[in-house]
Ligand binder design. Structure first.
Ligand SMILES: [Zn+2]
Length: 101
């Protein structure tokens, strides 16, 4: 049996006892159109994949991680609730700022 633990609070998630949530995130370099309106409809993800392919050929893992990164997290129901309420942790950052004063 596979045991999962929450990637946020590190608590073990008992599948019989509670729901487990999977969060998948993609972060990639934005390809802004070069000022030409005809370019606006182009599939920028395709361009990123082109860059990735080139980088793979050059075997340059560090740079490809900066261009495109996919992340996957297992979350318990409590951490999932917090995550969807504030996916970028902005509230947490604000609270931290306030407590500093
Ligand atoms: Zn958790």
């Amino acid at each position: 049996m596979i045991h999962y633990s929450c990637d946020c609070c590190k608590r073990k998630i008992d599948p019989h006892d509670e729901l487990r949530y999977v969060v998948r995130m993609e972060a990639f370099v934005a390809m802004d159109p070069s000022g030409d309106d005809d370019e606006a409809d182009r599939d920028h993800l395709e361009e990123v994949q082109d860059i990735l392919q080139r980088l793979e050929e050059e075997d340059c893992d560090q740079i490809s991680g900066d261009v495109y990164r996919e992340m996957r997290y297992d979350l318990c129901s409590q951490c999932h609730k917090k995550f969807v309420a504030d996916p970028l942790g902005r509230q947490a950052a604000l609270q931290f700022d306030f407590s500093e004063n």
